[in-house]
Design a protein around this ligand. Structure first.
Ligand SMILES: Nc1ncnc2c1ncn2[C@@H]1O[C@H](COP(=O)(O)OP(=O)(O)OP(=O)(O)O)[C@@H](O)[C@H]1O
Ligand SMILES: [Mg+2]
Length: 257
């Protein structure tokens, strides 16, 4: 893949991206941008390539041997498929999954896990990191008296906020979220949505969601994917009220998908 540096004013820019699994094309000629302090929502029917695209943005597809990619993915103008160190990339571009996946350890140890792996040892520094990250993830008040308790004892919604705290602790620039609320009840979902609104002051976020009202509530721009193509990408309000493409209109009005 091309390793040269190309200038872009965007936080993230994807150019001319094709992706194949064992020769079968799953993403076609994708062009996409994400700006600083922006929330972008990815919508589209099951199997259209949303998770695949999200994984492109922090090279999680590297773990899939049959996966081949061409095109450019620029993070601050630098191609992430070039000489960038993958560990560094993943700490700059964090990920939160559909099912909360706290590690089998205490709340505290979960949050500081990544920084410890990077060599952070000082007790006070680790405590401060845990506190700030949990505060930013709107979980601190609920867990501050039981930081040493197993993370698995938290509710699903709390576990998901813990995973967000774990991601934040790495001081990422972009957070990728793959259907982060689909396993949660409406109250927990509301809290995460509120949290996304706060997080975007500091981070850029890409969120995959099947709930169109969620995309409408939390995102600045929405991208509609269909069978591996990015059909339409634009201001969320405009896309939902006045889609440019007939296929977007059919999807958001519930005619398929
Ligand atoms: N590891 C893999 N190996 C081979 N094919 C894959 C792999 N992961 C995904 N695919 C295929 O790529 C296409 C896109 O899948 P992807 O998971 O990105 O869709 P999605 O939009 O996230 O769907 P959903 O809404 O159901 O999560 C599908 O046809 C899927 O079968
Ligand atoms: Mg998916």
């Amino acid at each position: 893949m091309n390793t040269k540096t190309t200038q872009t004013a965007h936080k993230l820019e994807v150019r001319d991206l094709d992706l194949f699994y064992s020769g079968v094309q799953a993403l076609k000629k994708i062009a996409f941008t994400l700006d600083r302090q922006e929330v972008s929502a990815l919508i589209g029917p099951s199997g259209c390539g949303k998770s695949t695209f999200l994984r492109v943005c922090n090279r999680m597809n590297d773990l899939i041997p049959s996966c081949r990619i061409t095109g450019e993915v620029l993070l601050d103008s630098k191609n992430i498929y070039g000489s960038m160190d993958v560990t560094e990339l993943r700490s700059r571009v964090g990920m939160v999954f559909q099912k909360p996946n706290p590690f089998n350890m205490s709340i505290f140890d979960n949050v500081v896990y990544g920084k410890r792996m990077q060599g952070m040892k000082d007790k006070r520094e680790l405590s401060e990191l845990a506190e700030t990250s949990l505060k930013k993830a709107a979980l601190w008040e609920e867990v501050k008296d039981r930081l040493k308790k197993p993370a698995q004892r938290l509710s699903g919604g709390q576990q998901q906020r813990l995973c967000i705290a774990r991601s934040i602790a790495m001081e990422p620039e972009i957070i990728l979220m793959d259907e982060p609320t689909s396993a949660l009840d409406p109250i927990a979902t509301g809290r995460i949505e509120e949290l996304i609104g706060e997080l975007k002051r500091e981070y850029s976020i890409i969120i995959v969601t099947h709930a169109m009202h969620q995309a409408a509530r939390v995102s600045d721009r929405t991208a509609f994917f269909l069978m591996g193509e990015l059909i339409e990408y634009g201001a969320t309000k405009a896309l939902f009220t006045n889609p440019r493409d007939k296929r977007t209109e059919d999807y958001i009005s519930g005619r398929f998908g």
